[in-house]
Each structure stands twice: as C-alpha cells, then as structure tokens.
Design a protein around this ligand. Sequence first.
Ligand SMILES: NC(=O)c1ccc[n+]([C@@H]2O[C@H](COP(=O)([O-])OP(=O)(O)OC[C@H]3O[C@@H](n4cnc5c(N)ncnc54)[C@H](O)[C@@H]3O)[C@@H](O)[C@H]2O)c1
Length: 354
Amino acid sequence: MSTPSDARTVLVTGAAGFIGSHTAVELVTAGYDVVGVDNFANSSPGAVERIRRLADGPGSFEFVELDLRDRAALTGLLRRRPVDAAIHFAARKAVGESVDAPLEYYDTNVNATLGLVATMLDRGVSRLVFSSSCSIYGDARTVPLREDAPAGPTNPYARTKWMCEQILADICHRHPSWHVTSLRYFNPAGAHPSGLLGEDPRGIPNNVLPYIAQVAVGRRAELSIFGDDYPTPDGTGIRDYIHVVDIAEGHRLALERLDEAPGHRVINLGTGRGTSVRELLTAFSAACGRRLPSQVVARRPGDVAELVADPSLAAALLGWKSTRDVADMCRDAWNFQRLNPDGYDDTDSGGTGK
Ligand SMILES: NC(=O)c1ccc[n+]([C@@H]2O[C@H](COP(=O)([O-])OP(=O)(O)OC[C@H]3O[C@@H](n4cnc5c(N)ncnc54)[C@H](O)[C@@H]3O)[C@@H](O)[C@H]2O)c1
C-alpha cells in the first residue's frame, strides 16, 4: 500500500454519513489516522459505532461531534489534532428541500466550506478532496458526461456545489501550494458488504435505492416511479448508479494522488453504465427474492431523462475504475436493510436486526 508519508492524518467531515462512513473505514483499513466530525444532522451516532467495529486498523479513528459552521470549534480541534489533509463530505443533499430552504443549504454547504478552507489556511493544511455532484451538469445535452461539459445547475443544492468548486479553484489560484480534487459523484448506492454500514436517511428517502429497500422491508407500501414517458427504452429515467465502496476507494486514491498536481481538478466518479428505474426495481426484486410493488406517477419537476458519466478521466488520473455492478449494489443494500430494518438504531442493535 502506497500512502504519501506526509498525508497520514486526515480530517473527514460528515464522517457519520452514508459516503463518509464507508470512506472512513476504507482509510483506516489502508493505514490512515482519521479524525471524523459530524453534527448528526442527517446521520446517527450508531454509524460511528459501526465504523469503530469495521475499522480496526492499521490506522486509527477518532470522532468528534461538531457543527462544521462552528469555526472556533474546528480551529480548536485542529490545534489539538493537526491533520495533513481533509475530505469534505458534510453537506445537505436533498434537491427538493434545497428549493424550500435555500438559506439553510447555502449556510451549510457554502458557509461551512468557507469556514473549513479558512481554518485549513490558518493551520497550514493545503490538501483537500471535496464532495461534488453530477447535478452540476443540470439538464445534460449529451451523455456520457465529461468533466468539460458545461455546468448548468438547476436548483439551490446543485448551485451550492458549483459555487464551492469555484471557491476552491479561486483559493488554489491564490495559493499555489494548494492541492484540491473535486469528485463529482453520479448516483452512490449500495452498502458495505458486512451489512453493518449502509444508507440510513432521516425521514422519507430522497434517493430511489434506499426507497426501494424500505419497500422491500415493509416500511413503505410501494415505489412511486416518477414518469414513464421519458425518451428512454422503457420510458423511466436512467442514472449511473455507483457502489458506495467503489466511491470510498475513489476517495482514497484521490487523496493519494493529490500531490501529483497542484491546483484544483475536477473528476467524475461514475461507472459509465446507465440503469433505468424499472431495471433497478427488477434487480432489487431479484436480490430480495420477491417482486416489489410500484406505480407510475407524474414526473418530478427538475428530473432529467438520462445522466451517465464518462469515467475515463478518473481512470487516467487516479487509476480508478468501478468494480461493482448494480446487482452487487442491490445485494448489499438489501443485506443492510434486512439486518437493520429500522436503520441505525441510536442504541445500536449491532446489525443483528433487533
Ligand atoms: N448520496 C448522493 O446521492 C450524493 C451524490 C452526489 C454528491 N453527494 C455529496 O456527497 C456528500 C456526502 O453525501 P452522503 O450521501 O454521504 O450524505 P449524508 O447526508 O449521509 O452525509 C452528510 C453528513 O454531513 C453531516 N452534516 C451536515 N451538516 C453538517 C454540519 N453543519 N456540520 C457537521 N456535519 C454536518 C450530516 O449529519 C451527514 O452525516 C455530500 O456533500 C453530498 O452533497 C452525494
């Protein structure tokens, strides 16, 4: 395992969240010392306990409950526990909610990023991997999408990600010693193969796979398919689903390759393969062993027909390629949901399906 010797201690913001928790496990297992922070706005302490159980070295894991907008608390933490790099996941991520509560989205996503960058500058930390999103591309004219496709964010959430990318580019321009990679994820899905970590959103899931998983476990009656009159082979929307463990590996590689290029670079994390909502439902039904109910309802405003990545830049710059497919995502998501029917219980049932 080759880790840069001078980037061994890593701050992971949003460490209790879906992608942050899987990435924390990946990093500790690869020998990094991870300092995770989260305010549990969309996660629970149960996830932290699961990380501790899965990530038993050779690196270490420390967790601090902290609101990233609290600059004094973050500065205090980094004074006590200096870090060499940061991976910044903490954000709010529901598109519909961002339309209803734009101020909260700009505050958490943009303001917290500004605070993090200011604190990093103050503490002399100049390496950062940032969670960006394919939503920046908006209504894509051509697929697959390359990183140089024009940005056209269509909602406040996507605009916060676009603004953060521009802020980071400006910081890198001003500070040539900075190394930043923004990873634009397509549709993260699946769970850790152990069944201990997975996606446990608070409230009604915004993403289709955790919604289907909750139908499978009986928490929701049926899947609502938002439109079957798109110009796609079966009429339902096509997305590029990517296994969360592949995403976690992508973050480790991005971290390890940060020093290769100064400045800000933008890289897609996707598989290059599109899957329709109906195909996803069929794959999940196969994984859980029964045909899951669905009904077609009206299109959702803002949804587009097809979003699929061109992942070739990630292969060229990071040596990264997804290795898990939609069947793996459905199997692992079902395993997590089956073992944790109510998600992470804050008293931590230990993945035994208490
Ligand atoms: N999951 C997706 O579909 C997807 C797609 C593209 C990009 N992203 C981005 O990836 C990142 C991680 O997404 P995720 O799916 O793991 O989401 P998540 O909600 O599971 O994780 C985000 C974590 O950040 C924490 N958080 C929010 N506000 C905070 C604050 N002020 N201080 C400290 N912690 C705070 C939440 O409690 C949560 O644990 C986000 O930045 C998201 O925008 C996600």
